[in-house]
Design a protein around this ligand. Structure first.
Ligand code: ADP
Length: 405
């Protein structure tokens, strides 16, 4: 006998089938998302950020955050977040403001990159993409439906790409700065050497003139050698093939040598040159690379004397905690704020090549900084245009062998 199915029965059956189909589709969707390395989630908001709870979280949560889906709470999640970078402009950087805007329906789509420290202590970049779940009655969002993606590899690639770009830009800048300045810097002493070598041999020159010419030739040859040495040195620094050769160094003797070297130039320019030795009467022996320390001081002194026309240049050192701190101060032209961030870059000079008044390669400070860092120290400075500059650096203090009290 054929029986007619009641409308209620049909309705129920239809609803059940729809529900089953829906569950199958939701499962399939979740599986597809998980296979694509994403972790789906549903977040139900609580009274504040961190009070909510997660539902229907993908199994990938364990691998991504080190927490299994059943234990994953909003509080734990918030504790893991170290940085949030909103991806679209309508998302505020303040998380509280963002949550308010999501709840009130202003934000329809949330996209952000999160730096998290997972339960295992590992740092990961996560992409959080979600949409608000709106309550039809109130029109307000009660939670989020979203996916977490691990984008750490992608972020790393971007970081490396950025570094490679920076390196390429820097090497381009180096090449341009080198070509703009060095040929001129080399040609000046070279012209002097060639010109005065011819003159010195000309018959009829007075003895006095010959001596003066010879002095110019010697000075120009030394200067040329310095330029070539600096170029070779900066190439070695860039190639990271500089070695430290530690030996015992008598600090006071070194300061005296630097003083002796610059005394004639300072006297010629009529500026006062003085230095402060730590504990005058004592021999202070430190173990360091004496050549690099001397050269660093030399480069700072060379600038101080070169850029000062009135007043004084002072240098010295003192013990600070477990370090020795050196200073070189001058009452010279100073360095404009616009140049200050760049002066340690190789070949950088505050003067443009077209209006250049001072000789120099723009290598002294970059070599000094590289040396000081190799010696385990740091370099810094303060400067005011028209008033002068103070360059300071430190290196590790005397070891057990030293005579420091
Ligand atoms: P160089 O002195 O050969 O040009 P440096 O690398 O030693 O190269 O210095 C870079 C630039 O920094 C200089 O060209 C100058 O513009 C600025 N500078 C460095 N030291 C001083 C100083 N004591 N006073 C004024 N300017 C300075």
């Amino acid at each position: 006998m054929r029986t007619e199915a009641s409308p209620d029965y049909l309705n129920n059956r239809f609803n059940k089938e729809v529900e089953e189909q829906f569950n199958i589709s939701a499962d399939l969707l979740s599986q597809a998302i998980e296979n694509a390395d994403g972790v789906p989630y549903q977040l139900i908001f609580g009274t504040g950020i961190g009070d909510g709870y997660f539902l229907n979280m993908g199994f990938g949560a364990k691998q991504l955050f080190g927490i299994s889906p059943g234990e994953f709470t909003e509080k734990l999640f918030q504790q893991m977040i170290e940085e949030i970078i909103p991806v679209s402009e309508d998302i505020p950087s303040d998380p509280f403001e963002t949550r308010e805007k999501i709840i009130s329906g202003v934000i329809h789509k949330y996209n952000a990159e999160l730096l998290v420290r997972t339960q295992d202590g590992e740092k990961k970049w996560i992409r959080d993409s979600s949409v608000p779940v709106i309550d039809d009655k109130t029109g307000k969002a009660t939670g989020l439906l979203g996916i977490f993606f691990d984008i750490s590899e992608h972020k790393q690639t971007l970081l490396e790409l950025g570094k490679a770009m920076d390196r390429a830009t820097e090497s381009d800048r180096l090449k341009t700065a080198f070509l703009n300045n060095i040929p001129h810097e080399i040609r000046t002493p070279l012209n002097a050497i060639v010109g005065f070598s011819t003159l010195v041999n000309e018959p009829g020159q007075l003895m006095q003139s010959r001596l003066e010419f010879q002095e110019i030739i010697t000075h120009s040859s030394d200067h040329l050698l310095e330029i070539v040495d600096d170029i070779v040195e900066i190439s070695k620094i860039e190639a990271k093939i500089i070695r430290i050769i530690n030996k015992e160094v008598n600090l006071n003797q070194m300061l005296q040598r630097v003083y002796d070297r610059f005394k004639p130039e300072a006297a010629e320019k009529n500026i006062l040159l003085r230095y402060d030795a730590p504990m005058d009467e004592k021999e202070i022996i430190i173990t360091t690379d004496g050549y690099k320390l001397f050269q660093s001081l030399n480069n700072l002194l060379s600038n101080a004397v070169k850029f000062t026309f009135d007043g004084k240049v002072e240098f010295g050192c003192s013990f600070k905690d477990d370090k020795i701190e050196f200073y070189v101060s001058d009452t010279g032209i100073g360095i404009g704020v616009e140049h200050q961030p760049n002066i340690f870059k190789p070949f950088y000079q505050a003067e443009s090549s077209s209006t250049k008044r001072y000789e120099g390669t723009g290598l002294g400070l970059s070599i000094a900084r590289a040396y000081i860092e190799l010696l385990g120290g740091e370099i810094w400075f303060t400067s005011e245009p028209g008033k002068g500059s103070v360059f300071c650096f430190n290196i590790p203090g005397p070891g057990k062998n030293s005579n420091q009290p």
